[in-house]
Design a protein around this ligand. Structure first.
Ligand code: HSE
Length: 424
């Protein structure tokens, strides 16, 4: 059996997890897949990362050009993360005719359209199952399992950090900052959590998954994005009282020829399968026109779940021909497709008002004038002569709701618009 030599660039959590699987399951992969995979090099800043993991220190390599020049190395795994130097290194490997397996969603979302032609020109593959939803095989499923279907929608909990924070807030009644601090202490959130909590990470993944699902480039910059930093403990209490959980959802939806693409917190009804996805777990709820509803669930991050996705890509790359996108992967939304900004959604609106006659009626008049229909309204007295009023609306147009809020905010008797969260 031919021995396939590969290299790993970046030996942090995911690179190390990949190495564990390749070494511990080498015989299993050999006997079931008919490929023998040997790690020839680990490229990193120092050999310390190999030592820490108990990996063979003789694999250490710090010279990316020497690695690219080694003809024996067929494939390179990139688990460095971030845009640079990962992009330069991947480009070198592809130009040297080596297939690349990457877990790098940010790089892919930003540079897929540049990297794929380089892979094509050099007859090698660019594989990225691990870039989205860790160990959950959603990239493979979207690329290979729905040829007969039009995927109509994807609703994803595709960021574990924010799901962990929102689950903590829901289970323990703590504030956003308390939940974030706990997540950081336990290693679920980065010291700088911006990419996760502001929804960038989910937008990168939605850009990749949406492109595959809808067969068109879905640039991450065009995705509407709102993070979870403004979700309050009171919102969680209100959501629960009304029968919902709050989740950060990545939503991709076909609307005729057009597409909705957005990442923001959402009220999800408690009996919806996505409401029970808690902690750092991820899930993608997908609807195909013929297959119906499907849900993919599992660990969206971590050394071994993500390593598992990487190893499956390595085996796929070594056993078959590379495949490329079935759409014009040029990084731009097709001219014939519009991104829907004025989408339909239910809304949760929480406002603090003067507790006096006529206030509710003025607010409901504004909503009604803008075609926004109220589904439920509750008033909770708060301190002094103020009251908190919570509205749920029937599905309404985004622009109509935003117009209404602008007018509501100007009413003298409205002290504050505390929260606005869309309802699934
Ligand atoms: N920061 C990501 C998350 C890790 O929280 O899901 C996997 O991309």
């Amino acid at each position: 059996m031919k021995k396939h030599k590969i290299a790993i660039m970046g030996f942090g959590t995911v690179g190390g997890g990949t190495y564990d699987i390749l070494t511990q399951n080498r015989d299993h992969i050999r006997s079931t897949q008919g490929v023998d995979i040997e790690v020839k090099y680990v490229l990193d800043r120092s050999a310390e990362s190999l030592e820490k993991r108990g990996a063979d220190k003789s694999l250490f390599c710090s010279d990316v050009d020497a690695l690219a020049a080694d003809k024996e190395v067929e494939l390179v795994v990139e688990t460095m993360g971030g845009v640079e130097p990962a992009k330069t290194f991947i480009t070198k490997m592809l130009r040297a005719g080596k297939s690349v397996v990457t877990a790098n969603k940010e790089l892919l979302a930003k540079s897929w359209s540049e990297l794929e032609p380089i892979a094509k020109e050099n007859g090698c593959g660019l594989f990225f199952e691990a870039s989205c939803v860790g160990g959950v095989p959603i990239v493979r499923a979207l690329g290979e399992s729905f040829q007969g279907d039009k995927v109509q929608s994807i609703y994803g909990i595709i960021n574990g950090t924010t799901n962990y924070i929102l689950s903590k807030m829901s289970a323990e009644g703590v504030s956003y900052s308390q939940a974030l601090a706990q997540a950081q202490a336990l290693g679920f959130a980065e010291a700088n959590p911006t990419s996760d909590v502001e929804g960038y990470d989910a937008a990168y993944k939605l850009s990749i998954l949406g492109s595959l699902a809808f067969h068109t480039s879905l640039p991450y910059q065009s995705i509407y994005r709102e993070g979870i930093t403004r979700v309050t403990a009171a919102d969680i209490v209100n959501a629960k009282r009304l029968g919902y959980e709050i989740k950060l959802l990545a939503i991709g939806k076909r609307c005729g020829n057009d597409i909705e693409a957005r990442v923001h917190p959402v009220f999800v009804e408690k009996n919806h399968p996505l409401a029970s996805v808690s902690g750092a777990f991820n899930a993608v709820y997908l609807h195909g026109d013929f297959v119906g509803d499907l849900m993919f669930y599992g660990a969206g991050a971590g050394a071994h779940p993500t390593g598992s996705a990487i190893v499956s890509d390595i085996v796929k790359a070594l056993c078959g021909k590379p495949t490329y996108c079935d759409f014009d992967n040029n990084g731009k939304l097709d001219k014939s497709v519009n991104l829907v900004g004025d989408f339909l959604s239910g809304y949760y609106i929480c406002v603090t008002v003067d507790d006096k006659a006529g206030v509710l009626s003025r607010i409901s008049t504004i909503l009604s004038d803008n075609g926004v229909s109220i589904k439920a309204a509750t008033q909770v007295p708060s301190d002094g002569n103020a009251a908190t009023v919570v509205f749920l609306t029937h599905p309404s147009r985004e622009h109509s709701v935003m117009r209404s809020l602008e007018s509501i905010g100007k009413l003298a008797s409205v002290r504050n618009i505390d929260s606005v969260i869309r309802v699934l």
